[in-house]
Every structure is written in structure tokens, then in C-alpha cells.
Design a protein around this ligand. Sequence first.
Ligand code: ZN
Length: 417
Amino acid sequence: MERSATVEKIIDLIGRGRCSIATAAGVSHSLVRAAVFRRVAEVAAWSMKWASMGRWPDAGFDGKPFATGSARAKMCGQPLADGFRACYVGFKADLKARHECHGFSRWYKSSLICEQCLARRDIKSPDSMNYRNFTSSAAWPLTMLDHDQWMTLGEHSDWNLVEGFRLESVGFDLMHNVFLGVGKDLVGSGLKLLIQQGAFDHVEGVHDDLDKALGVIHQEMVQDCKNHGLFLPSKPVLSVAGLCGDDDYAMLNSRFKACHCKVMVWWLAFKSQQAADANQDDRLLQVLATCCYGMQRAIEILDNSGLLMSESDANETAECLQLHLVTYAWLAAYYWEEGVLLFRFRPKHHYLFHQAVQIAEWRLNQSIFHTWDQESFLGKIKQICVKCHGATATVRVFERYLLCMAMMLEQHRRVQS
Ligand SMILES: [Zn+2]
């Protein structure tokens, strides 16, 4: 009981972002050598070593003693942060950063798409190992790798230097995986399926002038959300281009942000449920409603749970995510046979399967790996960047960021006083 309470406290601290360490590099990847990522891992390992002891270090990162009489030299061996200690718990990042920081050779652009199992993407491999295979014939779920097995395959991460690092601790970010990934596919394709199956026949010109009809459907969507206490911005407005046109798989384009997608997934679950209830013999609508329910129910449980989930919540979330994946795979296979560009199946769906397994096994709310705040921070930095001259941007960005922070603190101080 006592141990559990301690774990709760630790993950609560991390969940609120109090202990996050940013390791992003501020230049494009082509300019960042592998050695830089290795050095970042070395510094993180050194830093975490002293944080775990709760003491100021005896020497600098390079092993050289601090200058005699300096403030840092005076702090040597002193308690750190009132005796609090910190330890490495997990690594959160989007899929590209996971690959770059850890040097994973297995990632979404390679044939072996996953570092956590032996699933493959190439069509030459046996069908049972194809990551799109979610039928009972799939063999890849039987090939899950733990950290030690992964190491025996010759894989390596520079973060092995950090005490407590394991492959399993490199999380999948649910925000990128769902709200900037599979959720966008679901909303785009699900909406087109609903239109095709007649759920919006009351909208004038829905089968003749789709662009105009989508605008009306969007207004309906905003109103439905408002009626249920949810806020969906009225812009950007849905359009054919917003669903990636007619020549590509239907999905929300980049104008729709993660927060839009999250509300739209709720709306799609709501609307597909209504359509399925009204058309009980329509197989496609029944599968779509089940698919959306699985996703929305999993999101709801995760949003309403603490970081350490109850066993029943964890099991239900895992079952709902797997239900979503199986039904989505069915829809993807159906439209693939039909030659229609709906329900694209991506590696992110595969990673969602791993998240479902991890939720059931660990009962750890995957929101611990969310990067909402970090993405928001990058957006603010970008706003500053675009106002700077290219030649001096690397210095000016940080100067102006500090200036913004100073102004914010000053405003805060005036309000307080
Ligand atoms: Zn896998």
C-alpha cells in the first residue's frame, strides 16, 4: 500500500510535467551528427546519476573539478532540491524523434517497422507477419520483444547509459498516434462512409456538390458538439481539400490540429451510432459505429483515469482499442478490395496495438507519454522564429523568448501586487 502510494506520487509529479527534461536539438537532422545525440544521452545519464543520489555533483560532466571558489564548487556534495531525488522513468517523443534519439533501425520507414516486435511491412514477407494483419492468423503478436531480447538482436540505444533505461520505457505518444494520426484517418474516412451510406441525405446537394455540403455538415458538427458541452471551432471549415481531395486516402489534412481531431472523433462516434441505430441491416454502418465506439470509449477512460489505472479500467481500455483496430482493419480490407481510397492502414495502427497491450499489462495511463505541452511550446517558438532574420535567428529566438518570459512574469507580478 505504501509503495503504491509512492508510485502514485512519483508519476503524478511526472504527469504534471514537473520533471520533464527536453532533449530536442535546435537544428535540422541533416546537420546533427549521431555523436551529438550520443553526447545528449551521456549528459542525461550523468545528470540522472546525480539526481538519483540527491546530491550536487563533485565535478563537471567532463570529470574536471569546478573552479576553486566558484558557486558550483561550494555546492559540491550538498543536498539537491531539499533532499528530493529523481530517477529516469520514461522517454516520450513522436515517432521520428524516437528513431533519431535512440538510433532505432526498426522504425516506421523500414521493412521491420517496429522495435517491439518482428512485424514487417514488405509484401514479400509471410502474410502472418504483415503488420496490417489483425486476423486470428497473425503471428507477429507472438513475437513481442522485451529489452533483453531486443539487445540480443544487436540493437542498441545510447540511452542504455541512463540507469533504469529499458526499451519498454520509450513510450508511444498517444497524441501523435491518435489525434495527429489514426484519428485523422478515422474522421476523414468515417465521414465519407456516412455520406456514402445516406446518413446526410437531408443535406442539400450532398451527392452533387460535396464541397458545399461539407460546409453545411461542418456547421451541424459544431452545433452537435455545442449541444453536448464540447467546443469545436467553426474554422477551418470541412471541404473536399480538407479531406485530402479525391485522389488520395480520405483523412483530415494538416489544417486540422490535434484538438480539432479529438472533438471530431467524439462527434463521429456520436453520429455513426445514430446512423447505425437507424439502419440496423447496414453492415458497414454497424462496423463503423463499433470502430468509433472502441476509440472514443478508450479516450474517455484514459481522460478520466489517474496515471495509475484500476485493473478494470485498464482492461476495458485495452479491449476497446483492440476492438477499434480489428474493426478498422476490416473496413480497410473491405475498401481495399473495392478499390476505394478509404481507411488507410498505417504503422501507427500497429503501435496503437502495443499501447493497448501495455495499458493492460502495466495499468499505466498512456497520457504519461503525451506531448501536448511540448508541441504547444514548439508552436510558440515557431511564432517567434518566423519574425526573426535568418542570419541572426539562432541567437535572437532565445533572446526574444527570454524577453517574452520576462514580460509575462512582470505582468503576473503586477496583477499579484
Ligand atoms: Zn510491433
